[in-house]
Design a protein around this ligand. Structure first.
Ligand code: FES
Length: 256
């Protein structure tokens, strides 16, 4: 019979695995065939995309076609409404003349590539330390309750998918999210919303759902870009002094 301590150990291991699955948006790193994403469903780039591929691949020498993997994954995701089927990965491997595993590894490494369909708006919360300290857990819990969806899931109306992302480089304006919309491939959007609390995030979600304009960037009314919310506290001069540079055209001093 399993001891109470043993049961606790098993339960906590399971909890860790569940947590891990939540954090790896899209579930496991391994591919599992589904009705909409399996190797029997053919996939190809459009003629328009192939024209773009010609331009992309011309930037790299013949021996470095592997460098085209990331731009082609991005192209496939845009063409395919925000996610990359497994058959698209095989196609990219063929175009870039690399092993399919090289493409799979790249897709699973970058959180901005999706391996399953997403809603119209894909909302990714930054969960790295500065955003965590500034309350990302709080806005995530509110969002899950408000949209009635768990992390990694899509709302019933297919309007929102929520996921996680690591630091997106706006730590000074933490907490932040990125919202991508690939429903119009020629004009897809990828917008950052920063300095969020639940009220400002709820306003963004409602505006997106209602098709109203939103204001990307800091949601604080008195913050410009990454400057302090109350105005500058350093670099108060309009133009910092230039670094010293000797006058290269100056005539040499006469020798005494
Ligand atoms: S930690 Fe969130 S943007 Fe850097």
């Amino acid at each position: 019979m399993q001891s109470a301590l043993g049961r606790r150990t098993v339960m906590s291991t399971t909890a860790i695995q569940q947590q891990q699955q939540i954090r790896n948006f899209g579930g496991e790193m391994r591919h599992h065939n589904t009705d909409v994403n399996n190797q029997r469903i053919p996939w190809d780039f459009t003629q328009e995309s192939y024209k773009k591929i010609e331009v992309i691949m011309a930037k790299f020498p013949r021996s470095r076609r592997k460098s085209g993997v990331i731009p082609l994954l991005h192209l496939a995701q845009v063409q395919n409404g925000g996610w990359i089927p497994v058959t698209a990965m095989y196609k990219i491997a063929k175009v870039c003349e690399v092993a399919p595993m090289s493409v799979f590894e790249t897709v699973t490494f970058y959180a901005m590539f999706n391996r399953k369909p997403v809603g119209k708006y894909h909302i990714q919360f930054c969960v790295t330390t500065p955003c965590m300290l500034r309350g990302c857990d709080n806005i995530i819990h509110h969002t899950e309750a408000y949209l009635n969806v768990h992390m990694g899931g899509t709302t019933h109306d297919k309007m929102f998918t929520i996921g996680e992302m690591e630091c997106m480089g706006c730590c000074v304006n933490a907490p932040m999210i990125v919202v991508s919309d690939y429903t119009n491939p020629d004009n897809f959007s990828y917008e950052f919303y920063e300095d969020l609390d639940w009220e400002s995030l709820k306003a963004v979600l409602n505006a997106l759902r209602d098709g109203k304009p939103t204001r990307p960037g800091s949601q604080l009314p008195n913050r410009k870009w990454c400057e302090p919310a109350g105005g500058k506290t350093s670099l108060l001069m309009s133009e910092p002094p230039k670094p010293y540079c000797r006058d290269l055209d100056a005539k040499p001093e006469p020798k005494k």
